[in-house]
Design a protein around this ligand. Structure first.
Ligand code: GLV
Ligand code: GLV
Length: 330
């Protein structure tokens, strides 16, 4: 019988047509976010789980899916998956790098400028009918041209954000554990402390892990310029959202643009009530072209596996079958 591919959420159906004749596709047409029991039922007997970043894949779930061989995440980040548990069980995990880099960098800029130039706040004021007279000092916001941008997490997306910054005439510095080779990103490595203390604006593009949990908390926020704008386009939990809301409320930070949140889709009530925060519902890669490309790459990873090859975007190569054959003579 054909391998079963269980898809956790509704995706573009035409993106799954390639499985015709190769695999049985089990879709979630109602598109409800399944809980652990629901997922275990939906994926029972499946060899492949095609997941979105909102779907937690825990060791407890994997224990109920003994036939599973591959988890193809339709996202570049994969902290929704217990990769160590998957590896231990010999289950491959793949992601979708590169294809979402430019759209996500665009969204970081949308948040950075919307927050600093007070787009959401002033628009709400206008819609509320409060614009009765123009004023010279109406809704003054942040400068970008000629300012210093700091990027924490200089991967592909960080470098794409840096490229855009040069068009705005900004000086760009970044922090990574290790400095990158000098390149077209045209950015200078600095320590995290220096970056936070000296930058006019800070963008976070850090994956979530135990080490990056609350990387930006109250002490880090306090070290930033009170005129600074902070953007989180990476993952929730990298910022202490309660501390961020408090910093905005007390004027220790000018504004924030957030696409990801601790415990999303729940958002900290103090952030919801904070007009200086521009909040979007994890839509960094949400364009039709980019979502098609992400689905296409996730599906290509499944096809690689169906073809008996190592999937092209495997993130846990340790789970690949060990090459046991030794070259034979004769
Ligand atoms: C989305 O957040 C992704 O990681 O692709
Ligand atoms: C993260 O993986 C990135 O592409 O920046």
């Amino acid at each position: 019988s054909r391998p079963v591919v269980a898809v956790t959420r509704r995706v573009f159906p035409e993106g799954l047509a390639v499985f015709e004749g190769r695999a049985e596709v089990r879709t979630n047409d109602a598109d409800v976010a399944l809980d652990a029991d629901g997922l275990a039922k939906h994926a029972a007997g499946a060899q492949v789980l095609l997941t979105t970043a909102d779907t937690p894949v825990t060791d407890a779930l994997l224990a109920q899916l003994p036939d599973l061989k591959l988890i193809a995440n339709i996202a570049v980040g994969y902290n929704n998956i217990d990769v160590a548990a998957a590896t231990r069980r010999g289950i491959l995990v793949t992601n979708t790098p590169d294809v979402l880099t430019e759209a996500t960098a665009d969204m970081a800029w949308a948040l950075l400028m919307a927050a600093g130039r007070r787009v959401s706040e002033s628009e709400q004021w206008l819609r509320d009918g409060k614009w009765t007279a123009w004023a010279f000092d109406l809704w003054l916001g942040a400068d970008y041209h000629g300012t210093r941008l700091g990027i924490i997490g200089m991967g592909r997306i960080g470098r794409a954000i840096a490229r855009r910054a040069h068009g705005f005439g900004m000086e760009v510095v970044y922090h990574n554990r290790r400095p990158l080779p000098i390149g077209e990103h045209g950015a200078t490595w600095v320590t995290r402390e220096e970056l936070l203390r000296t930058c006019d604006h800070v963008v976070l593009v850090v994956p979530y892990s135990a080490e990056s949990h609350h990387l930006i908390g109250a002490p880090e926020l306090a070290s930033m310029k009170p005129t600074a704008v902070l953007v989180n386009i990476g993952r929730g939990g990298v910022v202490d959202d309660a501390a961020l809301a408090a910093a905005l409320a007390s004027g220790k930070l000018a504004a924030a643009g957030l696409d990801v949140f601790e415990g999303e889709p729940k958002v900290h009530p103090d952030l919801l009530a904070q007009p200086r925060a521009v909040l979007t519902p994890h839509i960094g890669s949400a364009t039709p072209r980019t979502r098609r490309a992400m689905l296409g790459l996730a599906v290509d990873n499944v096809i690689d596996w169906l073809d008996g090859k190592a999937p092209r975007c495997t993130v846990n190569a340790d789970a690949l079958p060990v090459e046991t054959s030794t070259p034979q003579r004769g």
